[in-house]
Design a protein around this ligand. Structure first.
Ligand code: HEM
Length: 71
C-alpha cells in the first residue's frame, strides 16, 4: 500500500509499530479513504492487552530496504 498511498510512504513509515489512529484522523482523510481501511484491515487489537504505561516505539525504518537505497 505504501506505493499507492496518495500521502506517500514516509508518513506511513513514521507511524509503524504504534497506534496510528490519531495520525490518520489528524490528516482529515476523505470518506473514501476511510472505506479503503476495511480492505487493508488485518485484525482488531484486544484492548485488554494494551499496556497501561505508554511506551515510546521508534519508527521501524531499519528493516525497510526500499527507495532510500536509490537516493
Ligand atoms: C490504511 C491506512 C490509510 C489509508 C487507506 C489512507 C488513504 C489515503 C487517501 C485515499 C488519501 C488521499 C486523500 C483522501 O482521500 O483523503 C490519503 C492522503 C494522505 N494520507 Fe493517508 N491513508 C492511510 C493512512 C495514513 C496515515 C497513518 C497517515 C499519517 C501518518 C496518512 C497521511 C496522509 C497524508 C499526509 C495525505 C495527504 C493529504 C493531502 O495531501 O491533502 N495516511 N491517504
Amino acid at each position: 500500500f505504501m506505493d499507492e498511498h496518495p500521502g506517500g510512504d514516509e508518513v506511513l513509515l513514521a507511524v509503524t509499530g504504534k497506534d496510528a489512529t490519531n495520525d490518520f484522523e489528524d490528516v482529515g482523510h476523505s470518506t473514501s479513504a476511510k472505506e479503503m481501511m476495511s480492505k487493508y484491515c488485518i485484525g482488531d487489537i484486544d484492548s485488554s492487552t494494551i499496556p497501561t504505561k505508554r511506551m515510546y516505539v521508534p519508527p521501524q525504518q531499519a528493516s525497510y530496504s526500499g527507495k532510500e537505497n536509490f537516493l
